[in-house]
Design a protein around this ligand. Sequence first.
Ligand code: CA
Length: 226
Amino acid sequence: MTHVLIVEDEVKIADVLRAYCEGETFQATVHHDGTHTVEWIATQKPDFVVLDLMLPGKDGLTICREVRQFSNVPILMLTARVDEIDCLLGLELGADDYVCKPFSPREVVARIKTIMRRASMPIVKTETNLLKFDGLCVDPEKFICTANDVAVDLTPVELRILAHLLHQPGRVFSRDAIIQAAYDDHRIVSDRTVDSHVKNLRRKIDEAGGNAEMIRSIYGVGYKLE
Ligand code: CA
């Protein structure tokens, strides 16, 4: 049985999430305070953690950092504002996804299921460091990309963007992080430039018969593969 830990100090939100999780036959545990959460995760080893950012005792940011020292348990962060997500992405905390309040509990449960499914389906890394996901294959060293074995002709920047997303499918990358990864000279590039590269990437993957929909844009944040 999937054991979900919900760390949320707003009792109403925590109760609704717990009810939805139990409706999915998940086992749910709720912490209203972050003081002992890290120790609890270390000993109880839940399968999933829903973690609010602002918490009494110990905040979600600190908890996430500390847990990542010893565990890869999937973490879904709850935030109060969309612009907080941008900040958090910049900190590279290692959370798997972010949801902004107010949210529908149905959506949160859907995300938990998606992340769990992905966690059980790790990306394939062969001895030559090929990055593979859903029919897409990138060789970052040879600068080759294929979609279902059909060559996709990408520019170096497009290939680096795709390779970056492929390193952690499902994880949301901010446009800033994508720029850092795609340009080695750290030039100043606008968000719109990233958007246009991604647009070209999608078109080329689509033209090669691949699944361009896997590159998802997350409103106000960035991109992820799913
Ligand atoms: Ca809170």
